[in-house]
Write a protein that binds this ligand. Structure first.
Ligand code: FEO
Length: 398
């Protein structure tokens, strides 16, 4: 058919009909430097089924891709695996245009969609864990995955094609002309997957561990994992499951990050000397100025770190604003098993050090050593003490 955007055939019966958002640079405080995709899928079974929709602004692109294969009015069922609006934003219009026989979501999905779109509940049939849906010649099975990424989330598994539609899970914010994982540079692929996990899924690590156990027990034969963002995993998909297991385990390792900002470079000098102490003790260390590192990239570095060392100058009896911003963001991501330490420079009082210490305690970070602080500009002797401070922190990581 004549459509400006074309569907991409995945199998004889399944097409990708999503949208590419080349321009997205912020997702709720997460810097999406490489854009994203909103993946939606069309199953040409007896009951033609659309799996998820796209962000509202990309609705025309989705309809165009669907129209390159069939008339949208031919769709019988819509399955909404996740109520967040990057996947459900086009659902009300899709229901209006397509007039599907049925729309399926989890029970909590029905509730969440109703609270987003207000007059949609009448159209939605709830499904629950383990339910199957006959599509005529094919079958879908539903697996509830609460908090991966929202309470409503679920997977849909297309039995005959062995495709797992996993909504946010195993996804990444990466706009690409390539649809499959094995077509993308591995460094880019796994960096973006890690960034997505750190910034979106890390708070739910315990639930992810449970899900991985359940998933292993189900032992589903899988040819393709099709998330709602980024590439589809068609080869070596076990690796992303193994990485999810590693990332959600929060195991101790020998990596530390030093996160700081500075006014007249005193706190920066301290950061670098502390870093040198850690490095000399064999700790994989990153010294991350908040002038040049976005909070979401710091979250990614924290994902496989065991130490978070924060530094701030005192400004107006307070923590420097960028440091507080980063810590507030990281606090919500709930990284576990962290050792920490605090440092900083000050002019007439060192209040930021006390406030930072309190904040780190609220984050359940273990603080085995007293903070270090210097008035105005640290001397060479002071910086040697910072280096010793780094060595001391390292002793808790080795
Ligand atoms: Fe991609 Fe939780 O939405």
């Amino acid at each position: 058919m004549d459509s400006p955007f074309q569907a991409i055939k995945i199998t004889d019966t399944v097409y990708w009909v999503g949208a590419i958002d080349w321009s997205l640079r912020d997702f709720h405080g997460y810097a999406t430097d490489n854009g994203t995709t909103y993946n939606a899928f069309l199953i040409l079974s007896d009951k033609i089924t659309l799996i998820d929709t796209v962000k509202a602004q990309y609705m025309d692109e989705m309809f165009s891709r669907i129209s390159s294969v069939i008339s949208p009015c031919e769709i019988d069922y819509i399955v909404s695996n996740h109520a967040e609006m990057d996947h459900s934003g086009s659902l009300p219009k899709a229901i209006e245009v397509i007039k599907p026989e049925k729309v399926f979501a989890s029970t909590r999905g029905k509730e969440a969609l109703s609270l987003h779109f207000h007059d949609i509940a009448q159209f939605i049939t709830p499904v629950k864990e383990g339910d199957s849906l006959s599509l005529g010649n094919m079958n879908l099975k539903f697996i509830e995955t609460p908090m991966l990424h929202w309470p409503d989330s679920m997977f849909s598994y297309l039995i005959e094609e062995q495709i797992l539609f996993s909504q946010d899970a195993f996804g990444m914010h990466l706009a690409s002309s390539r649809l499959y994982n094995d077509e993308i540079d591995e460094y880019v692929l796994y960096s973006e997957a890690a960034k997505y996990f750190a910034n979106i899924l890390m708070p739910y690590s315990k639930l992810i561990q449970n899900l991985l156990v359940k998933f292993k027990t189900l032992n589903l034969p899988i040819k393709l994992i099709a998330p709602d963002h980024g590439p589809l995993w068609r080869s070596n998909w076990h690796k992303i499951l193994d990485l999810y297991n590693d990332w959600s385990s929060h195991l101790k390792n020998k990596k530390a990050i030093i996160v700081y900002d500075t006014m007249w470079n005193s706190t920066e000098k301290m950061a670098k000397s502390i870093g040198d102490g850690l490095i000399s003790s064999g700790i994989d260390t990153k010294v991350l100025s908040l002038k040049s590192n976005h909070r979401s990239n710091i979250a990614t570095e924290l994902l496989n770190s065991s130490a978070l060392i924060t530094g701030s100058p005192t400004i107006n009896d307070n923590i420097f604003p960028t440091v507080l911003d980063a810590l507030s963001y990281l606090k919500g991501l709930k990284k576990q098993n962290l050792t920490g330490a605090v440092f900083g420079s000050f002019g007439w009082n060192g209040k930021a050090i006390d406030l930072l210490t309190d904040y780190m305690k609220q984050m359940n970070i273990e603080l085995p050593i007293e903070p270090i602080k210097f008035k105005y500009v640290p001397t060479a002797q002071d910086l040697l003490k910072c280096r010793e401070f780094g060595i001391k922190i390292a002793s808790f990581l080795n």
